[in-house]
Design a protein. Structure first.
Length: 631
């Protein structure tokens, strides 16, 4: 399938259709093309049959008034009823049958287009940079995609299944009136159709602004709702349910106002269309009645003209509906098109080859990087993580520690310098192969709202149940899972909130074990845990990192004292480097950080012991009267 960029910059429906055409006429699906061809044939046949219906009215009327002479063997009384039966039933049933065949054949074509564009949008979202997703709101993004997919379906269905047959019916009607009744009838009908279309376009354009406002309010309301529900615990902590409800209600109030104006404007649109068509129809019928009175037309002609106009009113009214729906669909998908037009910040170079990992040595060479050009983060950082060794990066908050992990995964591209793995610049290899070679245990583990097994198996989706269980055992979470009523089928909840921090970290470690990468990244993996849990998790991490090239981003210095090298970052530069004992002996920044953390730890321990002693004293005082009474 052609990978065409869908764009709505010009706001032109025709441009949009041109860009959608490869999805409705897919180059790699001959069966869908055949469906389009047959749907078009049935469409034409249905319209040709529909045009015959007024003729049956005309012939039946003329037969009943004696202006149409039946054959000698057919009584006049039978001609009228038979014609009416044919007009009202047989012909319409046949026409309806062809319409349904058309819809049934085209259904798969339309849904295929929706699926392909929805899939492309989803893939595109994952290709966009971390910067894009950090700036986006999940609720609003999901709403934009949802409305966009529905809008695509509307455009595909209405333009192919309704616009084409309506145009065809207009053409057939004009030809019939021109041949049978002359140009004046065609002129009146043409003016009516033009006025009708002009009014519909102007009124619909007016309504589009209201629709856009309604969409913005809907997106805002959904964003606030999703954001509030994702932060359910925070809302409860601060008892801000009323505030959240009020914020949501304010957005819904704006939506209510816009939606009300949308429906009100629709009423005015329908009324105006009715007036225009009513005046046009009255003019044509008056002309036909005048012709009948002069004897140049039969009563059957009068009935025929009326039937044709009534029949024409249906697609004419549908033209207005089609235009409104397509314009509204364009409004719905324009934000989705904007998403598709967002350029990928990080892309594979042309001819990029898969990363070949032999030893797993990681090298940073004079790396400069800034999220914003006015605020540099890394200022010439150079270091090496030898194969199979562990290097820790520590430093104050804002020094650029976590940025290093994002750069290694190539979530961003550096401005100067190079990052290499076994001598290969990571910008010269494919992103997929790069990330496949690196395992990550992040500081804040977010799990999918699925089973424990699914979240562990995410490290290697093809892993067997035995391999999943083995990884869980190595991460020291196997016994915990075994005690759960549903075992590995236990649901972890939204973002894994049904599990404790330590349990989530063990799941993250288990899926990294299952991935079995040659390079391991630990980004402050234990900073949010208590001391006891931290020690248990640290034991698991030591097991995982054994024999692997490991880069540790650490906040608690006690977790990196056994690292082969410790790099101290300060203000985007390497301030110190060396082993733990050497850095302490140097009495520099690292030693100062160590002393502060040790003092904080000792203070926490002193406080904990004091609390235990207070609790013990309370217990002793409570028991003393009982002991005395017993004595």
């Amino acid at each position: 399938m052609a990978d065409k960029t869908v764009s709505a910059d010009s706001g032109s429906t025709f441009n949009t259709l041109a860009n959608l055409w490869p999805y409705m006429w897919p180059a790699d699906r001959a069966d869908l093309k055949l469906r389009v061809v047959w749907a078009t044939i049935f469409l034409v046949v249905a319209k040709l049959i529909l045009v015959l219906v007024p003729y049956f009215f005309k012939w039946a009327t003329d037969a009943l008034t004696g202006e149409l002479q039946p054959a000698d063997y057919i009584p006049v009384i039978l001609v009228g009823p038979v014609m009416l039966v044919l007009a009202y039933n047989v012909v319409r049933i046949v026409q309806l049958g062809f319409n349904q065949l058309r819809d049934a054949l085209f259904a798969q074509v339309g849904q295929h287009a929706v699926r392909q564009l929805g899939y492309r949008t989803f893939v595109h979202m994952h290709k966009l940079s971390l910067r894009f997703h950090l700036e986006r709101r999940t609720g609003g993004l999901s709403r934009i995609i949802e409305r966009g997919v529905k809008g695509i379906e509307t455009i595909v269905r209405f333009t192919i299944l309704n616009t084409a047959p309506t145009v065809l019916e207009f053409a057939l009607t004009a030809i019939i009136f021109w041949i049978a009744y002359g140009w004046i009838y065609v002129a009146i009908i043409a003016v009516t159709v033009w006025l009708y279309t002009w009014f519909t376009v102007k009124a619909s354009d007016w309504r589009i602004a209201i629709r856009r406002e309604m969409n913005d309010s809907d997106t805002e309301a959904n964003t606030k709702a999703i954001d509030s529900l994702l932060n359910y615990e925070t809302v409860k902590y601060f008892s801000n349910e009323k505030m959240e409800a009020q914020r949501f209600d304010r957005s819904m109030e704006r939506y209510e106002d816009a939606a009300t104006r949308t429906w009100t404007s629709l009423g005015w649109l329908n009324f105006g269309q009715g007036v225009i068509f009513g005046v046009g129809m009255a003019a044509v019928m008056a002309l036909s009645a005048w012709e009948v009175s002069r004897g140049t037309h039969t009563i059957g002609d009068f009935v025929f003209v009326n039937a044709m106009l009534m029949q024409l009113s249906v697609p004419l009214n549908f033209i207005g509906f089609i235009y409104r729906e397509i314009r509204q669909a364009m409004t719905d998908i324009e934000q989705m098109f904007d998403l598709l037009d967002v350029k990928e910040e990080v892309t594979d170079r042309e001819g990029a080859q898969p990363l070949l990992v032999a030893d797993g040595k990681v090298t940073f060479e004079d790396v400069h990087f800034a999220y914003d050009s006015n605020r540099p983060i890394l200022k010439g950082v150079s270091f090496e993580v030898p194969a199979g060794k562990t290097v820790a990066i520590v430093g104050p908050s804002g020094a650029g520690k976590s940025t290093i992990s994002r750069l290694l995964f190539r979530f961003y591209d550096i401005q100067e310098g190079a990052i290499r793995i076994d001598g290969q610049d990571i910008r010269d290899v494919t992103q997929e192969s790069l990330r496949a070679a690196i395992g990550m245990v992040p500081q804040d583990t977010v799990l999918f709202n699925d089973t424990i097994a699914y979240n562990i198996r995410y490290g290697r989706p093809s892993a067997s149940e035995e391999e999943v269980a083995q990884a869980a055992d190595l991460a020291q979470i196997g016994d915990f899972i075994a005690r759960l009523p549903d075992g590995y089928k236990t649901m972890v909840g939204e973002r894994g909130l049904k599990l404790s921090g330590g349990e989530k970290q063990r799941v993250a470690i288990a899926r990294t074990i299952l991935k079995a990468p040659p390079i391991l990244m630990l980004d402050e993996a234990t900073s949010a845990l208590d001391t006891s849990t931290e020690q248990e998790i640290q034991a698991s991490l030591d097991l995982v990192s054994r024999g692997r090239t490991t880069l540790v981003i650490a906040h608690r210095l006690s977790t990196v004292i056994s690292a082969d090298e410790i790099i101290v970052l300060q203000d985007g530069r390497i301030a110190e480097r060396g082993r733990h004992s050497d850095l302490l002996a140097a009495r520099g920044l690292y030693a100062a950080m160590w002393d502060r953390q040790r003092e904080a730890t000792e203070a926490e321990e002193t406080l904990r012991r004091a609390q235990q002693e207070d609790e013990l004293g309370i217990v002793v005082r409570r028991r003393t009267p009982e002991v005395e009474a017993g004595e």
